[in-house]
Design a protein around this ligand. Sequence first.
Ligand code: PLP
Length: 438
Amino acid sequence: MKPKSHLFYQTRSRRPVLAEARGVYMWDVDGKRYLDGSSGAMVSNIGHSNPRVLEAMRRQMEKSTFGYRLHFETEPGERLAAKVAALSPEGMEKVFFVSGGSEAVESAIKLARQYAVTVGQGSRWKVISRNPSYHGSTLGALALTGYAPLADPFLPMMQAMPKIPAPRAYLDGLDMDDQATGAHYAAMLEARIIEEGPETVLAFIQEPVGGASTGALVPPAGYMQAVREICDRHGVLLIHDEVMSGGGRTGKFMAAEHWGVDPDIIAISKGFGAGYAPLGAMIAHDRLIDPVLDAGGFQHGHTYAGNPLACAAGLAVLEEIESGELMGNAARIGALLKARLANLMQRYGFIGDVRGEGLLLAFELVADRQTMQPLPKELNAYVELVELAYEQGLIIYSRRTRGGIDGDHFLVCPPMIVTEGQVDEIIDMLSAALDKFA
Ligand code: PLP
């Protein structure tokens, strides 16, 4: 009989016990090796056990591991904030540290609301988001999340926010060029703002390159720019949830840089702490922060936020990304991996789409590539293929969600240090899993 375990996660299913992890590889206690093909949950962007980060954390631990933010400023916190501000759009120079993605999103919507109240726009409170989307598991962030199975049980406990469709043109079967597609989906935002009453709409939040909810959805041409213009036209703040897409994985520090669009507020986490420490940040434009601070301060905060150990880790992660030119590697190897995944479409007719930017990549399984009809739910593909890959020693990340419609997509997002040889390994193990699945 197995010893009773007191640990519990989301379900009863259990996983191997992790023994150690180095670079892109992880080993369980039985000595089996896994290639971390999803960087955990798109977190371990610089790989595991990076010596620079371990050393920076060790040095910081010897100095101090905690200084409460209302009692002390810390040097790692100040240095990390300066570095993040330098990597953020012009004018976005204020950085508010948190310990994860949900906290970063909560901070973003609460800052937006407090700003509106402070400048006499208290009628604005609705935050429009997209369907599907994922913005976090705390009740505020969940109210924005466009995924009914996660949100519905909690609806009586929160104020659900208005949703518009994410630009999933590949599913909607639109007969339009990319530019017209971008305009088509952006127009839905404007229509919704008008329907809700612009004077009630506080903000629009989107993932510039989609994460787990859409499977690395890349916006169509002109969409990002049109969204910015629509928000400006109606006095609506634009929030970019870069929790997964930020931090360099797409080849730029913020994914929105690919389209040259600056939001008013940004949420980052995941690859920012890169698995070394719970770390996230909300970055906002000075014109939002200054009135709030002048009026007495931001009515929000978390106890562990900005602790020096997490900040020292985050700083070393950014130094590693810069010195190793890892964003360039993410762009270069990402293009190679995407092409190799697209090649698999010739061999496996049930791969319906391959998409993404840099090393934020996904493929989707379908019953019919023409109609994009999903595989039958009973096949449980999003679980089965992950298990088959696991057997091969490859970790990938999956979801069965397309918003209203079901569908199986898989994120292939190895750390930004991945080599061409390791791309071969990923494709070999994935092909072996797909052979068994077919
Ligand atoms: N926003 C996005 C885009 C995410 O992908 C996630 C996590 O997957 C979150 C927010 C929530 O982050 P966390 O799980 O750290 O609270």
